[in-house]
Design a protein around this ligand. Structure first.
Ligand SMILES: Nc1ncnc2c1ncn2[C@@H]1O[C@H](COP(=O)(O)OP(=O)(O)O)[C@@H](O)[C@H]1O
Ligand SMILES: [Mg+2]
Length: 391
């Protein structure tokens, strides 16, 4: 069912601060829908509004054809899983999971059968008689989710449910969550600031920024065709270059861009462009190839020359920051096979970068974007290096 969950013009302020701003969103039945955005953009507030824990100042929420805006939290067919598990510390796992059924006075036999079923589904049957403190983080999170689905809500809200777990466990739990979703068929509204989680789990993603939705789409649409510089920069790494449309190819499929200090750059038109349009060209680092000896351009490829300003070996790939005039471009080369040539690239070396005209995309220069985004942040370098530090 389309339009299973609809947010219509939802706004919420705390004092003078507008946290959710005339937000519209539609979720289909049975899908995993992620709200993805930086910390403080209003994700938790929107989830709490959906759960009935917070009242919106304006707007309506429709769930399964019914306006639930005025319905108290306990009357909504919605359960929430929080980051910190929120289990009852003195109850056994079995009692924790059975809680909502006990409250709704389900008969004992049904409760036992259902609890056994989800214990099995979550592979925690042997933990059933322990208390939460005796469980690991991953096991506790499984219990929290088991408890939230046992009474078969129409909608499960998950607020950064994996944030407290370490990376390896997070990746394992992502696969489990995916399996559980397939198994139970409940609609998931999943909140995260982690693009990897959102990309791997979701049918659709809404990118949220400053209390508004920037873009909604499938993971592929969000990554390959971002509609704003915010989305392009927030989802994965990207290079931004400012330019002007100089001309159109005869078939209208490509623009030639004039970019300060670089040769003419070819870029695929995702929409009709006009001469003199001001645009940002965005190229993902993994789409850029490198060469130490100059590149003979294949047809449709762009080639620019620069000087290596920095490089970081990350095991699975190497990242190169290459100064091309006023632009600092990042290229990420995957180590699909051992290449002696790459091993010998050093700082200050000249390097040729190339990418196909189909592999960049243009964004309308409709508003200012962070200076930091344009000059390719040092922050990125530090973030990426951290896990390897000391090796
Ligand atoms: N109860 C509250 N009172 C005042 N400010 C709040 C309250 N809840 C959230 N905020 C503020 O609203 C903004 C968005 O918060 P939140 O929805 O938690 O964002 P996110 O989950 O995306 O990190 C933050 O600036 C936060 O400080
Ligand atoms: Mg939050």
């Amino acid at each position: 069912m389309k339009d299973f969950l609809v947010f219509e013009g939802i706004s919420k302020s705390f004092g003078d601060i507008s946290v959710v701003n005339d937000l519209n969103l539609t979720v289909n039945q049975g899908e995993v829908f992620s709200l993805l955005g930086p910390s403080g953009c209003g994700k938790t507030t929107l989830l709490r509004i959906c759960a009935g824990l917070e009242n919106p100042d304006r707007g309506r929420i429709i769930l399964n054809g019914r306006d639930i805006t005025a319905l108290p939290a306990t009357k909504r067919p919605v359960n929430t899983v929080f980051q910190n598990y929120a289990l009852f510390p003195h109850m056994t796992i079995r009692k924790n999971i059975a809680f909502s059924l006990t409250v709704s006075r389900t008969d004992k036999r049904t409760i036992e059968r259902e609890v056994d079923r989800v214990l099995d589904l979550f592979q925690i049957t042997d933990q059933a008689d322990k208390i939460p403190a005796e469980l690991s983080g991953g096991q506790k999170q499984r219990v929290a989710i088991a408890r939230a689905i046992i009474n078969k809500p129409l909608l499960l809200l998950l607020d950064e449910p994996l944030a407290a777990l370490d990376l390896k466990l997070r990746q394992k739990m992502l696969i489990e969550l995916d399996n559980i979703h397939d198994e139970v068929g409940i609609t998931f509204l999943y909140v995260t600031h982690d693009q990897g989680e959102a990309m791997s789990l979701s049918d659709h993603i809404a990118v949220m920024n400053g209390g508004k939705i920037e873009q909604t789409g499938t993971p592929v649409q969000i990554y390959e065709s971002p509609k704003s510089s915010f989305t392009a920069a927030f989802i994965g790494d990207t290079n931004f270059l400012e330019g002007t449309v100089k001309s159109q190819s005869e078939d209208g499929k490509y623009s030639t861009l004039e970019i300060n200090g670089l040769p003419d750059i070819l870029c695929y038109n995702d929409q009709p462009r006009q001469e003199k349009d001001l645009v940002y060209l965005s190229v993902r680092p993994e789409k850029i190839r490198i060469s130490r000896n100059g590149i003979t351009p294949e047809s449709g490829a762009n080639v620019v020359q620069g000087i290596v300003e920095d490089l970081v070996y990350l095991g699975h790939q190497t990242k190169y920051w290459v100064r091309c005039g006023e632009w600092l471009l990042m290229a990420a080369v995957s180590h699909t096979h051992f290449m002696e040539d790459e091993k010998t690239v050093a700082k200050e070396d000249p390097l040729w970068l190339s990418w196909h005209g189909d592999d960049g995309f243009m964004l309308h220069k409709y508003r200012e974007i962070d200076e930091a985004m344009l000059t390719n942040p040092d922050i990125e370098v530090e973030n990426d290096v951290e896990p390897e530090a000391g090796t």
